[in-house]
Ligand binder design. Sequence first.
Ligand SMILES: [Zn+2]
Length: 63
Amino acid sequence: MYARTQNDNGTYNTRCLYCFMTIASAVETPEEMDRLEARHVCPEKALAQMSAERQSHPQHAVN
Ligand SMILES: [Zn+2]
């Protein structure tokens, strides 16, 4: 999930909606944004996956 905005000069910015980190700014093509978004390793998403995993496997919980 990414929020893309376009600048006045026609370039794009893209921001992750999970961690609200700006992934890239002044990107010239949507193809380039696809590439940059795919490369983003989201800390928030990783945390959410971890806690979901913990809930479905409570016996593996580590305190
Ligand atoms: Zn993110």
